[in-house]
Design a protein around this ligand. Sequence first.
Ligand SMILES: NC(=O)c1ccc[n+]([C@@H]2O[C@H](COP(=O)([O-])OP(=O)(O)OC[C@H]3O[C@@H](n4cnc5c(N)ncnc54)[C@H](O)[C@@H]3O)[C@@H](O)[C@H]2O)c1
Length: 272
Amino acid sequence: MGSKSLKVGIIGCGTIGSQIAHACQGLLKDKVNLAAICDSDAKRALALKQDLKKGPAVLRQDELIKNCSLVVEAASARISGEVLDKCVRSGRDCMIMSVGGLIGREELLTKAEKKGVRVYIPSGALCGIDGVKSASAGRIDSVTLTTRKPPRGLAGAPYLKENKIDLDKITGKTIVFEGSAEEAIKGFPQNVNVSAALGLAGIGAKKTRVRLVTSPDYTKNIHEVEIVGECGRIFTRTENVPSKANPKTSGLAVFSAISTLAGITRSVRIGT
Ligand SMILES: NC(=O)c1ccc[n+]([C@@H]2O[C@H](COP(=O)([O-])OP(=O)(O)OC[C@H]3O[C@@H](n4cnc5c(N)ncnc54)[C@H](O)[C@@H]3O)[C@@H](O)[C@H]2O)c1
């Protein structure tokens, strides 16, 4: 890809979006042009614009999609499906961080494929996506994700409210959820995007199993993946440092988004 030919627009100027924006003008400055940003909270978008060396345009979502060649969604699972839909309709490539918003809307990925729109889903805070993708060429018997997060990394999840689980009353290691990745995403839309990515990369969100464990003793966001199948057994464990700005988000998720963007601009790609 030619120098600066990638015109990037970022939707969501929070923890992930703002760090991607800084990377566009730092690590990736010779490769991409950060053309526009947008946030439902106008103050956040303006603050980020002022913080950047070369202020990108602050646009509304539809204008941003029209004016960019690669749209980066880093806002919310409530809008990621809609953003992808608009990108597919307008023929814009798209990187989705709020992967959970695509579960139940997998047909959008089929539409993107048919239209030749490239959709990038970073591996996020998880290691093992490469393994499940490779294993998918053969038979997979099971994919299980065990996620351990401190209580503040789960705060505000609808599942906790519905099941009257009070995080302040948890005193030791507790399994707060067990079910499919599809159910996990519904119950914890801001906490287990990795389970959606794992599901999409492998046997689907309905068949991928998820276990969520918390304890006041935990200080890291830990993801363990076990894949069993024709290839043998794969086990990965990722111990993430939670981001200071948003403890639900891990530092590696931000790095993975920046690396995905770097990968788009390269002709040599390593891994599946
Ligand atoms: N794929 C992964 O591995 C992974 C990891 C962590 C977080 N995430 C997801 O990525 C997204 C961003 O995470 P974050 O840590 O930066 O969150 P954040 O809360 O720090 O920032 C989100 C930003 O998006 C804005 N926003 C919300 N709704 C919007 C809308 N409708 N239109 C425009 N802007 C909107 C908010 O005002 C905020 O500035 C979240 O959905 C999160 O769940 C994904």
